[in-house]
Design a protein around this ligand. Sequence first.
Ligand code: PEP
Length: 245
Amino acid sequence: MRKKLVVGNWKMNGSRAMVVELLTDLKARAPWPSDVAICPPMAYLGQVQAELTGSSIAWGAQDVSAHNGQGAYTGEVSATMLTDLGATYAIVGHSERRTYHAENDQLVAAKAKAALAQGVVPIVCVGETRAEREAGHTDAVVQRQLAAAIRSMGARIGEVVVAYEPVWAIGTGLTATPEQAQAVHARLRQQLLAATPAAAQMRILYGGSVKADNASQLFAQPDIDGGLIGGAALKADDFDAICRA
Ligand code: PEP
C-alpha cells in the first residue's frame, strides 16, 4: 500500500511574513492522512526549516544544481547544501524550468542523480504540452523524459518520486480527467517496473490545477499517489482540503 504524498510548490511566491502566516496555519491543521511537504523559494528555505522543526510537514527545494558540493557555479544551490539544511525533497524538471530555463532531459536527469547522491529525494516532473497531446504524442514525450532519468539512475530510480504534470494543465484551470491522468500514470509505472521491482512502491504524483474539489477523484485512481500542487498550495484552506482528499 503506497501512502499518498501531497507536495505544495509555492513557485516564486511568498515573503517572510507569508512563511510565518501560512506555516503557522498549516501546522495547526496537522496531521493529515497523507504525507505532506512544501517547496518554497530557495530564499526562504532556512526560515521554513526553522518554522517546520518538530512538525510532520516535510520540505524541499523547487530545483537543485547538477553540481554537488561547493564550487564556482554562480547562482546554483547544490544538493549538498540542501542536505546540510535538512531538506527532504528537490523538484527537478518542472515544466517552467524546462520552458523558461531551457532545461533538457539530460540536465534534469543529472539534477535528479545529484540530489539522490546526497540523500535528497528528487521529484522528477514529466509532462506533455497541449500540442504534443493533440498530436497523439503524450506517451512518447513522457516516456522519453522518464527514460533519461532511468538511464542516469539505473535501479536507484526506485528511490525517486515521479510527478506527471501535463503542461497544458499547469496554472490554467484545466485538469486532466482522472481517467486521462490514470492512463498516463499506469504506463509510467509499467516503464518504471521494467527498471526496478521497487516501482510497485513508488509514488507517482499528478499535478496540474489540482483543487479541493477535484483532488479526491484524482487521488482515487489506482496509480495516482498524491499531487504536486501549485496555486492551491498558497491557501491553507485549499491545501489542507487537498491533503485530506
Ligand atoms: C505546479 O506548479 O506544479 C502546478 C501543478 O501548478 P498548479 O497547481 O497551479 O496548476
